[in-house]
Design a protein around this ligand. Structure first.
Ligand code: MGD
Ligand code: MGD
Ligand code: MO
Length: 819
């Protein structure tokens, strides 16, 4: 079987195909050094949890240890392929320094204890605060990386049993805008498009989405189309020369934070050229006239000025989109983590609505997710959403959920919109939230303005519970640390960006006393003695499968209907796309194929918000605007970014990802192949800016914002002049050279510099627009920056050695019908 260095070749070999053809199968796999396929004792079905793509795989087990992975040929998502994080990332679970016992803080120190003592402390503090202050003293901050069953349980416990409004996920930092833009346009969350649209599209547009690095397998699908007959045209909107930009037919590199102006300019041209499907607009939408009026103010010359892109390119982009017969658009953090995130993302939906490009092969929108299970956080309501995409402002929806849970509706708080994560942190800082339970997220690295976050998490009056698999920067600040079992050690379901549900089965036992997150949440509920209306223990379920069956009842009749799915159905073959029910027993490839939306006043998940101010509409206003539940075309004016570059801080600072690392690196930092490919933080600087600052490749520089600074090596790269890029993966924790205690340097994390500010509509923080300065600290003496060469950080100059994985990074590749 051929094998390849998948650090050097992240996307593997090409399997070209043409429009409307099936994407060929290519099965990728990797086993631990010294393990041969015949030594594998069991293959256990699962899917990846290091991004949102949902690549299906089997876990290789030998001697109760995970020893490798192999892609699943039968699956619709990846057809056997795996990316570098999928191939090598599983090793993190085997790390020696996993958390194995609970910890409690005694005399200032975290010390090991047993589960009874640790849970006893959590329950005692919960009860005290419920008595003293009520449910509003308790807050829960969870993840996009647990399983559906775990979120559903947490939502039931927090919203239902405790009755607190303070429940959110790190999905607020991630896909809050995806959810919100879908609600605004279509009445409800739910991804319209399908990955299979890549097979059919004649134009693919990527907006602020570096798919090549963040969804490597989906990018392989695009690359295979590009290598085949009649390839699609590609549009890329990103201030950096990412691998996507390099393949694009047209690359627009706008000034950060100007996406809405650009979209308004493109819509201006589409309207002017009358590339509008008036039949579709008349039959299925409201709001078109308002859009026409608004975008009239955005001629290409004006937009060119605002965005810093040539007017001809704006026209050319509109021509591409206007000529498309099957248009696929994808949107991600370059749009979402910005000050007019929802307003800009909604304009991408508008392009599809006015062009009638929805619900048929190749014509789809993917308002992408980032995390593997962010979709489930939202469906289950473990973030600011109400379980099952119900509407907080609709009493009938709340009563319906209360009936499913067999609780009194008054117990589910719905007097105000749920508290978003940034506001929960604010309440913790101010002292009204006094108990915060953090599960599967590392806010001491991933939230903006870290000095502030560290200080509020360490606050004396805040009882902090951290449930993780490693000792993280956040866990170090906790009062109680709960050791969790993780992927491969527990069973549950997960749903990817295009609504494909996979089952991930337990392959091995967790280390030490670590327990599945589901068990921990249920154990808490039992110890708190929560009861339903009949006096029975609440939640009424007790293990993954009974939790899933309970969830199915909560999803029945809602857009995310799971009633046709069982664990048994998910075993053996491909994942299944929701809605899956009696009408759609095999799942549903695309939403809205019939031009009908979940937007009727009594059905919709939200009555919508003003796209500029975020002010919510009420039931009456919504019913007057959209009585028959059509898709809503919403327009918005462009506003300047809040923190514009100026004298002391002349750069726009953009933060984001690199292909080989995942988030705060608790996993990928423990995987040799991935760790070595991008071992340390760097900053990307444009050649002209580097020259002005006297900075050369590899020099040590300081990047500074009004809030903090980062010291990093400079990579002279393809990035828009005036913009700096810093990857956000590097916290002060490090598995190899961690000093510990007070001496640990705190000047590596990008979020030392980012700003406490959010999109007014989705409340997603602005990780992509702050002002920053750049200063040379020390020449590098010719040693290049520790940044990969295979990615957006590819150097513009010569002489930097290519990123390679070497012998340990070889992975098998078997092309069906090939050798
Ligand atoms: N390798 C890897 N893959 C991942 C992850 C990971 O950590 N590592 N995380 C997963 C998660 S949770 C997420 S949310 C996704 C995120 O996936 P992406 O959104 O693709 O990743 P980012 O690097 O955050 O941002 C994408 C691009 O936005 C561009 N950008 C910055 N500012 C602007 C702007 O104003 N306008 C436009 N148009 N573009 C801008 C940046 O240059 C960057 O290339 O990735 C998922 N996949
Ligand atoms: N500057 C900047 N900041 C950003 C972003 C950016 O682009 N720029 N992106 C934002 C985005 S999109 C995201 S999604 C966030 C991600 O930010 P985080 O969620 O903070 O990042 P992770 O490192 O994935 O943290 C997940 C934690 O869960 C733990 N864990 C893993 N598996 C399990 C499990 O099964 N159970 C439990 N209990 N714990 C587990 C891991 O060890 C880790 O500590 O960062 C956000 N922050
Ligand atoms: Mo994310």
């Amino acid at each position: 079987m051929p094998s390849r260095d998948r650090i050097a070749e992240p996307w593997g070999s090409r399997t070209p195909y043409g429009p409307g053809q099936e994407w060929p199968v290519r099965v990728d796999g990797h086993l631990a050094e010294g393990v041969t396929p015949d030594q594998v004792e069991r293959w256990v079905q699962s899917a990846t949890v290091l991004h949102s793509n949902g690549d299906a795989l089997d876990i290789a087990v030998r001697g109760d240890r995970v020893v490798g992975v192999r892609g699943r040929a039968a699956d619709r998502v990846n057809r056997g392929r795996l990316g570098p994080k999928d191939l090598f990332g599983w090793q993190a679970g085997n790390a020696e320094d996993r958390l194995k016992r609970p910890l409690v803080r005694r005399d200032g120190e975290l010390v090991e204890t047993d589960w009874d003592t640790a849970m006893g402390a959590v329950v005692r503090r919960s009860r005290e605060l419920l008595d003293e202050q009520g449910a509003g003293a308790l807050a829960f901050y969870t993840s996009g990386q647990l399983f559906l069953e775990e979120y559903y349980t947490l939502a039931a416990v927090a919203h239902g049993a405790i009755g607190t409004n303070h429940v959110d996920g790190n999905t607020r930092l991630c896909t809050a805008t995806a959810a919100e833009s879908l609600k605004e346009s279509f009445g409800s969350d739910g991804q319209p498009g399908s990955y299979a649209d890549v097979d059919h599209a004649d134009v693919i547009a990527l907006y602020g989405h570096n798919m090549a690095e963040t969804q490597t397998v989906l990018w392989s699908r695009v690359l295979d189309r590009l290598a085949g007959p009649r390839p699609p045209a590609l549009l890329c909107v990103d201030p950096r020369t990412t691998p996507v930009a390099r393949e694009a037919d047209l690359h627009l590199a706008p000034r950060p934070g100007t996406n809405l102006a650009l979209m308004n300019g493109i819509l201006h041209e589409l309207v002017r050229l009358d590339r509008v499907d008036h039949g579709y607009v008349d039959a299925h939408t409201v709001g078109y006239e308002e859009l026409v009026e608004r975008v009239a103010e955005y001629p290409p010359e004006y937009v060119a000025d605002v965005c810093g892109v040539p007017a001809g390119d704006v026209r050319e982009a509109a021509r591409m989109l206007g000529d498309a017969e099957r248009l696929l658009s994808t949107v991600l953090q370059g749009f979402y983590q910005s000050h007019q995130a929802t307003a800009a993302s909604v304009q991408v939906n508008n392009v599809h609505l006015i062009r009638g490009m929805l619900g048929r092969p190749g014509a789809g929108v993917l308002q992408m997710n980032g995390q593997p299970t962010a979709e489930n956080t939202r469906e289950c309501g473990a973030d600011g959403d109400l379980t099952g995409f119900r509407n907080w402002s609709n009493d009938a929806h709340v009563a319906d959920l209360a009936a499913v849970w067999n609780l009194d509706p008054a117990r589910i708080p719905h007097y105000a919109p749920p508290t978003h994560a940034m506001q929960i942190m604010r309440y913790a800082e101010k002292g009204s939230v006094r108990f915060l339970w953090v599960s599967a997220t590392n806010p001491a690295v991933s939230l903006p303005e870290l000095r502030r976050i560290r200080s509020l998490l360490a606050g004396q009056d805040l009882f902090l519970v951290v449930q993780d698999i490693f000792m993280t920067e956040t866990a170090e600040l906790a009062d109680v640390v709960l050791p969790a079992a993780t992927w491969g050690e527990k069973t549950g379901t997960l749903t990817n960006s295009d609504r494909t549900v996979h089952l991930s089965e337990k392959a091995v036992d967790p280390p030490g006393e670590a327990r599945p997150d589901l068990d921990v949440f249920l154990d808490y509920a039992r110890r708190m003695d929560f009861r339903d209306r009949d006096g029975e223990p609440f939640p009424q379920w007790h293990d993954p499968e009974s939790a899933f069956e309970a969830w199915k009842r909560a999803s029945a009749g809602r857009p995310c209907d799971y009633t046709g799915i069982t664990y048994a159905k998910l075993r053996g073959g491909s994942g299944v796309q929701w809605p899956c029910n009696a009408d759609n027993p095999d799942g549903t490839e695309r939403l809205y194929a019939d031009g009908r939306f979940w937007a009727a006043p009594d059905q919709c998940e939200s009555y919508g918000r003003d796209l500029v101010t975020g002010a919510p509409a009420d039931a009456t206003g919504y019913a007057a605007m959209n009585p028959s539940g059509r898709a809503v075309i919403r327009a918005a004016e462009y506003l300047e970014p809040h923190e514009a570059p100026d004298g002391q801080y002349p750069f726009s600072l953009v933060t984001g990802r690199t292909l080989y690392q995942f988030h705060t690196r608790t996993k990928t930092g423990r995987v040799p192949q991935l760790r070595r490919a991008a071992p340390e933080v760097w900053v990307e600087v444009a050649p002209s800016d580097a020259e002005d600052a006297g900075v050369r490749e590899g020099d040590l520089v300081e990047v500074v914002s009004p809030r903090g600074a980062v010291r990093a090596r400079a990579r002279i790269a393809g990035i828009r002049p005036g913009v700096l890029f810093v990857p956000f993966h590097y916290g002060y924790w490090d598995s190899e050279d961690r000093g510990g205690g007070e001496d640990v340097p705190k000047d590596r994390a990008a979020n030392e510099m980012t700003v406490t500010d959010w999109d007014p509509v989705s409340k997603q923080p602005l990780f992509k627009t702050s002002a920053a300065g750049l200063r040379l600290l020390e020449p590098g003496g010719g040693t290049p920056a520790p940044a990969p060469t295979t990615t957006a950080s590819r150097p513009v100059g010569e002489g930097v050695p290519e990123t390679r994985g070497g012998p340990g990074a070889m992975a098998e590749e078997r092309v069906e019908g090939g050798s």
